[in-house]
Design a protein around this ligand. Structure first.
Ligand code: ADE
Length: 230
C-alpha cells in the first residue's frame, strides 16, 4: 500500500506534513513531493497548486511516478448548500466539472463524449470517513462537489452550478483528480472544509478562514489515515 495525500495549496498539506514528522523531498515535474513512512506505510504528500490542470498533473504523477495506489485529497471549498457553515466538513460522493461546456452540441453541462457528468468517489473510503466521524462525534456531510477553474464569488454563478449539478460545495481541483483516479483505477476520497460561501464576500471569508478550515480537513484526513494503516 502506498497512499497519496494531496492538497492544492501549501496550507492544505502543512498540517499533514507536521503530523508525519520526517519526510524526504523530491522535485519532479516542476513540483515537490514529500515521501514519508507513517506507522509502517509509505505516504506521498504534495500540493498541486490551484486548478484542474495542476491537480491533474499532480494526481497523475503520484500514481504513475510514485506508484500510489489510493489517493486522499484534503482542502477547503466554497459552500453552496445553505446547511454548510464555515469550518464544516464535506465528503464528496461524486464530483463534476462545472465549467466543462459543450452544450452548443446538445450535451449536458459537464459532459464530453467518452466521459461522464459525475465521477463517484470510493465507497469504502466514504464508509471509513463515516466511521471516523462517528468515533470523533463529528458531523460530516456527504454531497456533490462541483469543480472548475474559477474562484466563485457570485450568487448567480452559484445558482447556475446548483441548477446543473445540484452541488453542495465547489472548489477547483476535486473533479479533475476524480477523473485521473477513475481512469487509472485508483480508489480516491475528496474531503473539504468550508472556507466561504462563494458569494460576494467569498474572497474575504477565504482569506480569513482558509487556514483554519484547511487544518480541520487535514486533521480529519489524518484520523482516516490512522485507520487505513491499522
Ligand atoms: N475554494 C474555496 N472557496 C472557493 C470558491 N468560492 N470558489 C472556488 N474554489 C473555492
Amino acid at each position: 500500500m502506498k497512499i497519496a495525500i494531496m492538497g492544492a495549496m501549501p496550507e492544505e498539506v502543512a498540517p499533514i506534513l507536521e503530523k508525519l514528522g520526517e519526510y524526504k523531498t523530491t522535485k519532479y515535474a516542476d513540483n515537490e513531493y514529500y515521501e514519508a513512512t507513517y506507522k509502517g506505510v509509505d505516504i506521498v504528500v504534495a500540493y498541486s497548486k490551484i486548478g484542474k490542470v495542476f491537480s491533474t498533473l499532480t494526481a497523475t504523477t503520484m500514481i504513475e511516478h510514485f506508484n500510489c495506489d489510493r489517493l486522499l485529497f484534503s482542502g477547503v471549498a466554497g459552500g453552496i448548500n445553505p446547511s454548510l457553515k464555515i469550518g464544516d466538513l464535506i465528503v464528496a460522493t461524486k464530483l463534476s466539472q462545472h465549467d466543462l461546456d459543450i452544450t452548443a452540441f446538445g450535451h449536458p453541462m459537464g459532459f464530453v463524449p467518452g466521459g461522464s457528468v459525475f465521477v463517484e468517489a470510493d465507497k469504502d473510503l466514504i464508509a471509513l470517513s463515516k466511521d471516523v466521524a462517528k468515533e470523533l462525534g463529528k458531523t460530516v456531510k456527504e454531497g456533490i462537489i462541483a469543480t472548475g477553474d474559477q474562484f466563485v464569488h457570485d450568487e448567480k454563478v452559484k445558482q447556475t452550478i446548483v441548477k446543473h449539478f445540484n452541488a453542495d460545495a465547489l472548489e477547483m481541483e476535486g473533479g479533475s483528480v476524480a477523473v485521473v483516479c477513475k481512469s487509472l483505477n485508483v480508489p480516491f476520497f475528496i474531503l473539504r472544509a468550508i472556507s466561504d460561501t462563494a458569494d460576494t464576500d467569498a474572497s474575504f471569508s477565504f482569506d480569513e478562514f482558509m487556514e483554519s478550515s484547511a487544518i480541520i480537513s487535514a486533521e480529519f484526513i489524518m484520523k482516516m489515515i490512522d485507520r487505513v494503516v491499522e
